[in-house]
Design a protein around this ligand. Structure first.
Ligand SMILES: [Zn+2]
Ligand SMILES: [Zn+2]
Length: 158
């Protein structure tokens, strides 16, 4: 409950799931709550291109202001523009409760890539022999695109 936050604030430290932990400090100013801290994620995914497992870690800084959610009223446009709801650093809480886990999960989703790459310019695997091209080159020739004319030539010859 939001009103349980003492004057000096509240500290959290939690392991969300293996390799994912967060620590945060919550401060209350009247009805607004400021959440600062960071989420640390560590994992050993497999590279999308070269299929090598690698170590991946990220620290996501948290700095979120939470205000009590108010049912939108018919307000003038001026008022609306004052409060930009797309602002990532701004959020709402409802019913005097702050759903920390959903805040943390939202941040994690925003920051984790859909496809992990061991490095930005990973060369991947040779499509012909499967050699990891980051480690060494192979002697495969780059695949020639079948020319649309080669089929035509055959027809002419026969
Ligand atoms: Zn890779
Ligand atoms: Zn090759």
């Amino acid at each position: 409950m939001i009103f349980d936050i003492p004057e000096e604030g509240l500290d959290f430290a939690e392991e969300v799931s293996p390799g994912v932990s967060f620590k945060a400090h919550m401060d209350k100013t009247f009805e607004n709550v400021n959440l600062t801290g960071q989420i640390d994620i560590e994992s050993d995914p497999v590279c999308h291109r070269c299929v090598e497992p690698f170590h991946w870690q990220i620290s996501i800084p948290l700095n979120i202001n939470l205000a009590p959610y108010q049912e939108p009223e018919f307000s003038s446009e001026e008022e609306e523009s004052e409060l930009d709801q797309d602002d990532l650093n701004f959020s709402f809480y409802r019913n005097e409760e702050i759903d920390l886990s959903s805040i943390v999960h939202e941040q994690i989703l925003l920051e984790t890539p859909i496809q992990y790459l061991c490095k930005e310019d990973c060369k991947g695997l040779c499509p012909q022999c499967g050699q990891n091209l980051n480690q060494s080159t192979c002697s495969c020739l780059p695949k020639q695109r079948p020319s649309p004319f080669s089929a035509l030539k055959k027809i002419v010859k026969s």
